[in-house]
Design a protein around this ligand. Structure first.
Ligand code: FES
Ligand SMILES: [Fe+2]
Length: 456
């Protein structure tokens, strides 16, 4: 039994129905406690490695009261080539690098950082190289006092991960089993096609939980029902969880991964791909969409669904290869076991595939339990050197593609609804919304409160 099937087999049991108390979503005290107990303890996805191409390239990552400055110090990928520092001047505590107004984060390139208050200057290695009137302090002002505080940083999947806890376990151990399951998809080779951020009037968990289940598809995206069945599962995997679709009959090879439409699979695949591309611009690529459009003309009318699927994917793979885009070959059993997306505890979701990925990321908006930052990033494989230059763009929720706007329309309404007097707590579908239960089980371990309890 390989690693993948072990993971799947170990997680098959139908979980028991649970109730999740609303405290984690609406309590101001809980939100304040998250700062120390959660955000300062967990590995957090803070950006992409390709955003730091040269020595001196930097970006910042803000999480509640903390800000981290991430800097490329040396070329290459070995540990220490990229460093992370507390983004605060050691003199009198001014934020060292400001986030420009209206931007998600600071990003740029410079060979040292000059504090805007008294001009103390810090080198890429964190040491202070200029301190006005340094002699006034005498020998007490040594390097250990003045250098920037270092923050743990590691990379995986092409992402930069930081941890504010000096005692934190290594990143790889933290990410398992998600890292082993996702490694074959070579997420580090993908580059963003677009990335947008916004602000919601809801808790960060409400935002993420709108995407970690497919149980909402009939209610929120009814037009998708014309394309097939979106029944799915969500399973806890240690600190993390993953979701997938139930296997359609005859498509076991790709079960839990791809949807072929109902009815004539040539036509429904063509229509669903077109709709997905135009309606949300995620989870697929131009090549897949183009090949799907050709299916009704190229394949005979009674071609079985599994053959349609195989032809579609094989043709798209071959076409991409010709333009220098090589999809990794992933064992079909592993594809099936991996599902459609992983929720990396606490606040990152990776919707993986061999040639694209869709990532959601949510962060609290200060200490306000009713507000959060929400980010969507769509990646794909590009020929060497042909990836577009993208930057995080702010967008109002109304400016997102319309399928996402359907999801967004629930956010503030859920946040408000849960405050209703006498509301007894969330009762997620134990199979289809298992990732919601997983999140709160794990949150309770960090927070010391909010443990889901059995229903009934
Ligand atoms: S606070 Fe930074 S130089 Fe004084
Ligand atoms: Fe949705």
């Amino acid at each position: 039994m390989n690693e993948a099937s072990r993971i799947e087999a170990g997680a098959q049991d139908m979980p028991r129905p649970m109730v999740i108390p609303v405290e984690a979503y609406i309590s101001a005290d809980y939100a304040r406690a998250e700062c120390d107990r959660l955000w300062r303890k967990c590995w957090l996805q803070a950006g992409r490695v390709e955003d730091l191409p040269e020595i001196g390239s930097y970006l910042t990552y803000d999480i509640v009261d903390d800000s981290v400055l991430i800097v490329r110090v040396r070329p290459g990928e070995e540990p220490g080539a990229i460093k992370a520092y507390r983004n605060v001047c050691t003199h009198r505590g001014r934020r060292l690098v400001d986030t420009p107004k209206g931007m998600r984060n600071a990003r740029g390139r410079q060979m040292n950082f000059v504090c805007g208050f008294h001009a103390w200057t810090f080198e890429l290695d964190g040491s202070a190289s200029y301190i006005a009137a340094k002699e006034d302090w005498g020998p007490a002002l040594c390097d250990a006092v003045t250098r920037l505080g270092e923050v743990k940083l590691d990379t995986w999947g092409g992402f930069l991960w930081i941890n504010l806890d000096p005692e934190a376990e290594p990143l790889r151990a933290y990410l398992e089993p998600a890292a082993t399951m996702l490694d074959p998809f070579r997420l580090q080779d993908m580059r963003p096609r677009w990335r947008k951020w916004t602000v919601f009037d809801c808790n960060w968990k409400v935002a993420l939980e709108a995407f970690n289940e497919t149980y909402h598809v009939p209610g929120t995206h009814p037009e998708f029902m014309a394309f097939g069945d979106f029944t799915g599962w969500g399973r806890q995997q240690g600190k993390h969880s993953h979701i997938g679709y139930d296997a359609p009959k005859g498509l076991e090879e790709n079960k839990a991964k791809l949807r072929l439409g109902a009815g004539d699979p040539r036509i429904s695949t063509a229509e669903m791909q077109k709709y997905t591309w135009e309606g949300v611009n995620t989870n697929t690529t131009q090549t897949l969409v183009d090949v799907a459009q050709s299916l009704p003309a190229v394949l005979a009318e009674d071609t079985p669904a599994d053959e349609v699927l195989r032809y579609w994917l094989d043709t798209a793979r071959a076409l991409d290869e010709r333009r220098g885009v090589v999809w990794p070959k992933v064992d079909s059993g592993h594809v099936a076991a991996s599902g459609t997306a992983w929720q990396i505890f606490p606040n990152q979701q990776i919707g993986h595939a061999v040639n694209n990925m869709l990532c959601y990321h949510a962060r609290p908006f200060g200490h306000d339990p009713d507000k959060c930052y929400f980010e969507v990033a769509v990646y794909e494989l590009y020929p060497e050197g042909a990836a577009p230059e993208t930057e995080w763009e702010y967008a109002n929720p109304e400016q997102f593609p319309h399928v996402l706007r359907q999801d967004f329309s629930n956010m503030a309404a859920v946040q408000q609804g849960m405050k209703t007097g006498g509301y007894a707590g969330n009762i997620p579908n134990p199979k289809g919304e298992g990732a919601v239960i997983s999140l709160h089980r794990n949150l309770a371990r960090y927070m010391g409160t909010g443990e889901p309890r059995e229903l009934g």
